[in-house]
Design a protein. Structure first.
Length: 158
């Protein structure tokens, strides 16, 4: 595959990570600005309405179960996790897109930590989206390693 095509795939993949980072940061901020009671109220309204229409609605039943156990501590954890995850990823994405050398090893380390955490969470939740996210992160790391090697090869030697 041509280097230009690999670079384009890298840029698109990193941009998608950037969009995901922005969504996470906005979601985390929105959670910080919304009370736990308000969130529980929304969950209850959604799930009860859906379960009234279809008592066997799998999604509504799981949302209702989540709402029953949703706590202030979970709320704060989700808000912190999303906001910090989004901001950290956003800084790395900007660095990668601007080809800042520091951002490559930092992204290998941070995305590697995210993968480890996602797989750890998967062991509890069995949420397949965590596996997909980890595979995408590995793909981005592989592309970033390739880009980093190219950038380092073209640096002037002193």
């Amino acid at each position: 595959m041509q280097e230009k095509r690999i670079h384009q795939i890298f840029a698109v993949s990193v941009s998608l990570k950037g969009v995901h980072a922005l969504i996470e940061a906005i979601g985390g901020l929105a959670l910080y600005l919304t009370s736990t009671q308000t969130i529980i109220g929304w969950i209850n309204r959604f799930s009860q309405g859906e379960l009234t229409e279809d008592p066997h609605d799998w999604i509504a039943a799981h949302v209702a179960k989540f709402g029953e156990t949703f706590s202030v501590q979970q709320h704060h954890f989700y808000a912190f996790y999303l906001l910090s995850h989004g901001l950290i990823k956003g800084v790395l994405v900007i660095g990668l897109l601007k080809e800042k050398l520091w951002s490559y090893p930092a992204s290998f380390f941070v995305f590697g930590l995210f993968i480890a955490y996602q797989l750890y969470r998967y062991s509890f939740t069995h949420d397949f989206s965590l596996i997909l996210l980890s595979i995408f992160d590995l793909f981005v790391i592989a592309l970033a390693v390739h880009e980093y090697r190219l950038l380092r090869r073209h640096l002037p030697t002193h």
